[in-house]
Ligand binder design. Structure first.
Ligand SMILES: Cc1cc2nc3c(=O)[nH]c(=O)nc-3n(C[C@H](O)[C@H](O)[C@H](O)COP(=O)(O)O)c2cc1C
Length: 194
C-alpha cells in the first residue's frame, strides 16, 4: 500500500478504535449512586408484603431514610393460606403474566422510591409489577429491597428496570426472610453507598 495513504488511514483507524472503546465503556458503566446523595430528596418507601417480612425491612429502611412509606395493596387480597396463595393464585399470575389491579398510588412527587418485594416464583410479586408499570418512573431513582426464602434476589432489580420505564435502578438489598441480628448494620452500610 502507498505509504502516504497509510499515514492518513492509520491515525484515523486509531481514533476510530479509541472512540469505540470509549463509548463501549461509557455504556457498560452502571449508575451506582444518586447525585448529591439521599439528602434533600423526596423519598418514598413502597412495598408489598404478604407474610410481614418485607414490611419489617421496609419499616427499618424508613426509620433510617425518612420520607413517606406505603404498602402496595392488591384490590383483591391474597388468601391467608400459603398453598392457596403460592401454588394457586400467585403461580397462575406468574404463569400468565397477570398484573393484578392495585389500590391507587401516586408517586409523582417523589425523587427516590425504595421498592420492596418478596421473591415470588423467581421474580417480584405481581402487585409490584403493577405498581412499576402503572406509574410514570421517568427520571426517578428506584432502590429495590428484596426478601426471599432461600433463592436470593434473582434478577429482580433488572426485572424492575424493565417495567419502570425511564428509571434508574440502583443496587438492591437482599435479605433472607426477615433478616437477623446483623440486618440493621447491613441496611446502614447499604444506604451509605448511595
Ligand atoms: C407465592 C410465593 C412464592 C414464593 N417464591 C419464592 C421464590 O421463588 N424464591 C424464594 O427464595 N422464596 C420464595 N418465597 C418465599 C418468600 O420470598 C419469603 O418468605 C419472603 O420473605 C416473604 O416476604 P413477605 O413476608 O413480605 O411476604 C415465596 C413465597 C410465596 C408466598
Amino acid at each position: 500500500m502507498d505509504k502516504k495513504l497509510l499515514l492518513i488511514i492509520l491515525p484515523l483507524l486509531i481514533i476510530l478504535c479509541a472512540g469505540l472503546i470509549y463509548s463501549l465503556t461509557q455504556k457498560t458503566e452502571a449508575v451506582t449512586s444518586i447525585e448529591g446523595g439521599l439528602m434533600n430528596k423526596k423519598i418514598l418507601v413502597a412495598y408489598f408484603s404478604w407474610s410481614g417480612n418485607t414490611k419489617s425491612i421496609a419499616e427499618k429502611i424508613h426509620n433510617k431514610v425518612g420520607g413517606d412509606i406505603f404498602s402496595i395493596e392488591p384490590v383483591t387480597p391474597y388468601p391467608s393460606d400459603y398453598n392457596e396463595t403460592a401454588y394457586g393464585i400467585a403461580k397462575e399470575q406468574k404463569d400468565k403474566g397477570i398484573h393484578p389491579p392495585i389500590k391507587n398510588t401516586d408517586i409523582s412527587t417523589y425523587d427516590v422510591i425504595f421498592v420492596g418485594t418478596p421473591a415470588w416464583w423467581y421474580t417480584m410479586a405481581p402487585p409490584v409489577m403493577t405498581f412499576l408499570s402503572e406509574n410514570n418512573f421517568e427520571g426517578k431513582t428506584i432502590i429495590p429491597f428484596i426478601t426471599h426464602g432461600g433463592g436470593g434476589g434473582y434478577t429482580i432489580d433488572k426485572d424492575m428496570a424493565a417495567l419502570a420505564k425511564g428509571s434508574t435502578v440502583l443496587n438492591p438489598l437482599i435479605i433472607y426472610e426477615n433478616g437477623n441480628a446483623n440486618t440493621e448494620k447491613e441496611i446502614t452500610n447499604w444506604l451509605s453507598k448511595f
